[in-house]
Design a protein around this ligand. Structure first.
Ligand code: CTP
Ligand code: CA
Length: 232
């Protein structure tokens, strides 16, 4: 019923999302990761589809079912997520990066399980590619007027524990995104793994728009707000 009556605000639009955590292998039995459940990204995928979009979800490992009508591409590591997102970005209208991508990966992962007696107490790490920053560089707000090449709206998320709005705003500018959704992690209103969320949409110099509710409600509100930026 909900679907039958909802306005098709994203009809004809193609949406690419990243969601969930990534896992960075240490060896065959160990990895580095983070507490992301994937719920926010999956809720955004479901909501976009309900609003009429054609949705592809590039997902790290989660315990969630694929939302109805959504094409899901499973990945494990940040490097795989980077590859799958970049391969699809040129043919979508919006690329929204909701994944909690591991910033670092072990520099020397082992295919075999390494006995703990043979492991060093420190782990050498190297930086993962920044998917949102690469999208921003190619298609972001510094790239207006590049002819008639298809150019997705680039939207990021920012998980911050403090100075949420200011840090998110500078992250948006630094990565060249058109918009960023800021949310607080840690403390009593943490969004990580939770059922509900409070988020702030920051687009250009506009005043932040704040949305609170279940992740499903927040997802729908975010698309309603972003739909206005898509009439291009
Ligand atoms: N992101 C990404 N690739 C990465 C890291 C982050 O695409 N390697 C994206 C996330 O999906 C999110 C945004 O960048 O949309 C911000 O992620 P966040 O972890 O808050 O930003 P970082 O630049 O990694 O900064 P921090 O040092 O605060 O973790
Ligand atoms: Ca990070």
């Amino acid at each position: 019923l909900d679907r039958a009556f909802s306005p098709q605000r994203l009809k004809g639009k193609r949406v690419l999302l990243s969601a969930g955590p990534t896992r960075e292998a240490i060896d065959a039995a160990r990895f580095l990761s983070n507490p992301s459940s994937g719920r926010m990204g999956y809720a955004l995928a479901a909501a976009a589809r309900q609003l009429g979009a054609e949705v592809t979800l590039v997902s790290g490992p989660t315990a969630l079912a694929t939302p109805y009508g959504v094409t899901r591409v499973d990945v494990v590591s940040a490097a795989q997520m980077h590859r799958e997102v970049m391969a699809r970005a040129a043919s979508v209208d919006v690329a929204m990066m909701v994944a909690a991508v591991a910033d670092w990966r072990p520099a020397h992962p082992s295919d075999k399980k390494v006995p703990k007696s043979q492991m060093a107490a420190t782990l050498e790490l190297e930086r993962n590619p920044d998917i949102l920053a690469d999208l921003g560089e190619r298609y972001g707000h510094g790239r207006q007027g590049d002819g008639d090449e298809r150019r997705p709206l680039v939207v990021g998320f920012a998980a911050e524990s403090h100075d949420v709005i200011e840090r998110a705003r500078s992250k948006c500018a630094r990565k060249g995104a058109h918009a960023i959704v800021a949310n607080r992690i840690g403390g009593p209103t943490s969004t990580f793994g939770a059922e509900s969320a409070t988020v702030h949409l920051l687009a250009g110099e506009d005043e932040p728009q704040t949305f609170s509710g279940t992740k499903t409600e927040v997802a729908r509100a975010l698309w309603e707000a972003l739909a206005g930026h898509l009439q291009r």
